[in-house]
Design a protein around this ligand. Sequence first.
Ligand code: AMP
Ligand code: ZN
Length: 113
Amino acid sequence: MDCIFCKIIAGDIPGERVLEDDEFLAIRDIAPKAASHVLVMPREHLPSLDEVGRWDADGKGQRLLDFTVRVADVLGIRGSGYRVVTNVGADAGQVVDHLHLHVMGGDRLGEFH
Ligand code: AMP
Ligand code: ZN
């Protein structure tokens, strides 16, 4: 499958890994929009949050959120605050069709639309 995040997960193209376990990976965004900007993704290919019902039954959705908080901890922004965003589809401007949560913080974030 021609998915850039699957290629990063597989190690075929580089990514700056922040945290990983057997289910999820967090990498630094290549074009950061905040002082800390990391992308959290499942190793399993899923096009977007819209499809999350496919695997949520086994608790993976909860583990994804727990993992995301651990990422904020590793980044040192858990105390100062952070934003978690996921884009779904055209109007949200989703570019990479592999579910990922943006974790942003490290400075005061602007309001968003
Ligand atoms: P989205 O619009 O939610 O699909 O966001 C895609 C994000 O992936 C953008 O913030 C990009 O900067 C980021 N991105 C694209 N390619 C890479 C890459 N090779 N490594 C890290 N981040 C990437
Ligand atoms: Zn993928």
